[in-house]
Design a protein around this ligand. Structure first.
Ligand code: UFG
Length: 333
């Protein structure tokens, strides 16, 4: 089986490529390093001892996509490529709509031309907006609170329309909760440039003395300790979910969405304290105002993925905190 992975050097993409190679799947990666580093290509090869084909191309480049599909016999595509910074999407919505929608439409057109209609798409729990009840099930009403989230929602609708137009399509929409952690080798992980937007990368930089104090955005939420609650999932568990989704779409047609989360919600303070305990470090923090747009709590009912895909997250919060810290220490600048 040969799988094309768009965005395969990014945070989730790179971990997924490792799992694919370790399961003897032939991999072709396309990435333009917008939000990733070149060294990831060699690091994936180092971890797996396996080679794969890499194209430094933009998924918006339709001719480049066509050539790749003409040259290789591709059985399925995992589509990660896309912009993903919530704050930036609010400031520059057109950049997000242009890139995330256009690239996906081009990809779908080229896949259709090439008679390749098996797709795993990276969606996000952000499509549930501010859920009325918890845990979140796949059939909950969808709504979004920022342009990034709206691109995910729109692409989900596009995929459903495409499948309606041709029932040979087989599409798995994976709605990720909050991926954190890193590859246990310390070679792959998340290390955003500048000030991180997300909690775990920020904690990692405070632990590594790159940043002084973590701002905890509000302690008056309707949660166990007043701080925001999220469903954090180890990126390696998440990566494994993509292999299960590939198995599923290989055997079926249609389009379906699956929550990939652990089903457990942890608060910001629980995250800080677990990270401190597991790694023997101190995380300085202060309570500040709420971040606009944040919700109280978000966690998955992950039973549908378990039933339909045979997938379940296995790693603990301690594993996530340990691997995240290992990665930042190994890659000290
Ligand atoms: N938080 C802080 N301080 C920080 C950063 C975050 O207190 O410096 C808090 C937030 O208020 C929230 C929690 O930590 O309560 C998690 O925040 P993140 O920014 O790490 O994650 P979000 O849940 O806000 O959003 C993430 C991704 C989105 C994705 C969503 C899916 O950024 O792209 O998960 O649920 F859509």
């Amino acid at each position: 089986m040969t799988v094309l992975v768009t965005g395969g050097t990014g945070y989730i993409g790179s971990h997924t490529v490792v799992e694919l190679l370790e399961n003897k799947i032939k991999v072709i990666v396309i990435d333009n390093f917008t939000n990733s580093k070149r060294e990831v290509v060699d690091r994936i090869k180092k971890i797996t001892g396996k080679d794969f084909i890499f194209y430094e191309k933009d998924v918006c480049d339709k001719e480049a996509l066509r050539k790749i599909f003409q040259k290789h016999s591709i059985d399925a595509v995992i589509h990660f490529a896309g912009y993903k910074a919530v704050g930036e999407s609010v400031k520059d919505p057109l950049k997000y709509y242009q890139n995330n929608l256009f690239s996906t439409i081009q990809l779908l057109q080229v896949m259709d031309e090439a008679d390749c209609r098996k797709l795993v798409f990276s969606s996000s729990a952000t499509v549930y907006g501010n859920p009325k009840t918890l845990p979140i099930k796949e059939d909950f009403p969808l709504s979004t609170t920022n342009p990034y989230g709206t691109t995910k929602w729109m692409i989900e609708q596009i995929l459903r329309d495409v499948e309606r137009s041709n029932s040979n399509w087989s599409i798995a929409i994976l709605r990720y909760f909050n991926p954190i952690g890193a590859h246990p080798s310390g070679l792959l992980g998340e290390d955003p440039n500048g000030i991180p937007n997300n909690l775990m990368p920020y904690i990692m930089k405070v632990a590594n003395h790159e940043l002084g104090t973590l701002n905890v955005f509000g302690n008056d939420y309707n949660t166990k300790d007043g701080t925001g609650v999220r469903d954090y999932i180890h990126v390696v568990d998440l990566a494994k979910g993509h292999l299960k989704a590939l198995d599923k779409i290989a055997k079926t047609t249609g389009v379906d969405a699956y929550n990939l989360g652990t089903g457990i919600g942890y608060s910001v303070l629980e995250m800080i304290h677990t990270f401190e305990k597991v790694n023997g470090v101190k995380i300085n923090y202060r309570i500040t105002d709420r971040r606009p747009g944040d919700i109280d709590a978000c966690y998955a009912d992950a039973s549908y993925a378990e039933k339909e895909l045979g997938w379940k997250a296995e790693k603990s919060l301690e594993d996530m905190c340990r691997d995240a810290y290992h990665y930042i220490v190994q890659n000290k600048k």
